[in-house]
Design a protein around this ligand. Structure first.
Ligand code: AMP
Ligand code: GLY
Length: 423
């Protein structure tokens, strides 16, 4: 069986790594990276160009296409594949609006009584500014459309919030994604990532995880795509998990089906736990990166039945089995990330790190340059380890991290701090 994996981050490497462990499965990264090349093949493609992805899937006679990132989903790559009779994992364009339009997702939550922060929507920057001046309290300003994770401003005062509106709506820093803004109440609590896989009707819950979005230790510095993650986070007690399933996941998937846009694929809900109550911060219509790396390494056995069942719209009563009680992933980034950074730095120590027991090194921004693996992006590697406890997984992951070098290597030393007893 041949599986095309669209994307080229560590999330896609983790999916490729897991899927390629099944006998008879061949994976192709589109476009992939140096890590995916080591478990399969890679082919150059623009992941958001539906025609190119369909042509590649046909040329390679792919039996299944797994779409990793959000941009191709919102661009309708899954729709195009299905129109050509090719099985595709991920939501179609209509269902991907849960992530593609933050305003759609907030109005959807309001229609279905799904707990979330209070909000207001504006298409006029003057009206947004007046609202902020009158409210005069901490608010969160968000561009409506996709902005590569950069369109959210958590403002501690009115001045910062107004600067956010100016950047999104007047300077148009994110283009059309900033035609409208969303202004939300600022929630204070612990963030968690909750993933399920749905076939459009039923869903299978995966384990909870926690990301670390800020660039530096102590949750300081600018927001990033994610500097590390672990699973499971202790804040998600069985009671809170049940609330997440009953009050968020179930009504979301039912609401999407009722509205005629059934959701197939991975649904990753970003939640804030406030005084024991889960509130939705955002929907993502794909696996989280780096959350996916922690889920794939904890998982026992094949994920193919879930992925293929979801793609085909029927997965029966399968349940994932968990092999490792805990997993932790440390992201190694290029110096300067999430700002400007250099590429082409030679990476050493990958084999030594990967040889450690229970450690897997997933690649993100890497390419092969002759025999050398060199950096080619902001987030470069996801060093992931499993263990009986978060402490054990963290010790293994950091032991592996110490073996890998490249000029400018940047990382957080405190991934999993909320769950760790030893430092
Ligand atoms: P989003 O892309 O909507 O998840 O926002 C990115 C990040 O901004 C989240 O991961 C949170 O850390 C933060 N954030 C978003 N919405 C809120 C909110 N209503 N209150 C507090 N923080 C928020
Ligand atoms: N780790 C957060 C995300 O993938 O959006």
């Amino acid at each position: 069986m041949r599986v095309l994996i669209v994307g080229g981050g560590a999330r896609e490497h983790a999916l490729a790594w897991r899927l390629s462990q099944d006998p008879g499965v061949e994976v192709i990264g589109a476009p992939g990276n140096a890590g995916i090349a080591a478990v399969g093949r890679t082919m150059a493609v623009d992941p958001t160009d539906a025609d190119q992805v369909v042509a590649l899937a046909k040329q390679e006679s792919a039996d299944l296409v797994v779409v990793g990132p959000e941009a191709p989903l919102v661009a309708g790559v899954v729709d195009a594949l299905r129109e050509h009779g090719i099985d595709a994992f991920g939501p179609d364009r209509e269902a991907a609006q849960l992530e593609g339009s933050k305003i759609f997702s907030k109005e959807f939550m309001a229609r279905h009584d799904i707990p979330t922060a209070g909000f207001a929507v504006f298409d006029d920057p003057d009206a947004a500014t007046r609202y902020i001046e009158e409210a005069n309290r901490p608010l969160v300003v968000k561009a409506d459309g996709l902005a590569a994770g950069k369109g959210v401003i958590v403002a501690s005062d009115a001045k910062e919030a107004i600067a956010g509106v100016d950047r999104i709506m007047r300077e148009r820093a994110f283009g059309d994604a900033g035609d409208r803004v969303l202004i939300e109440e600022c929630l204070v609590g612990q963030e968690v990532s909750y993933h399920v896989i749905s076939d459009g009707e039923r869903f299978i819950p995966l384990a909870p995880a926690q990301d670390h979005k800020r660039a530096f230790d102590g949750d300081k510095g600018p927001n990033t795509g994610g500097m590390g993650a672990y699973s499971p986070p202790p804040v998600v007690t069985p009671e809170i998990e049940q609330k997440i399933l009953d009050r968020v996941i179930e009504p979301t998937l039912r609401g999407m089906a009722v509205e005629g846009r059934p959701f197939r694929g991975a649904l990753f809900v970003g939640l804030m736990i406030v005084d024991g109550e889960p509130l939705v911060l955002e929907y993502n219509t794909r696996f989280g990166d780096p959350e996916c790396q922690t889920l794939m390494t904890r998982w026992k056995g094949s994920i193919m039945p879930l992925i293929r069942g979801s793609a085909q719209g029927d997965f029966g009563g399968l349940m994932p089995e968990w092999e490792a009680p805990a997993s932790l992933c440390v992201v190694l980034a290029a110096g300067g990330y999430p700002g400007s950074y250099e590429k082409g730095k030679v990476i050493t120590g990958l084999e030594d790190a990967s040889a450690l027991p229970k450690v897997t090194v997933f690649h993100a921004g890497t390419v092969l340059d002759g025999d050398a693996v060199v950096t080619s992006g902001g987030r470069v590697l996801s060093v992931t380890a499993i263990g009986e406890t978060i402490d054990e997984a963290a010790e293994r992951a950091y032991e592996a991290v110490a073996k890998i070098e490249f000029e400018g290597k940047q990382l957080r030393q405190d991934i999993g701090w909320r769950a760790r007893t030893r430092r």
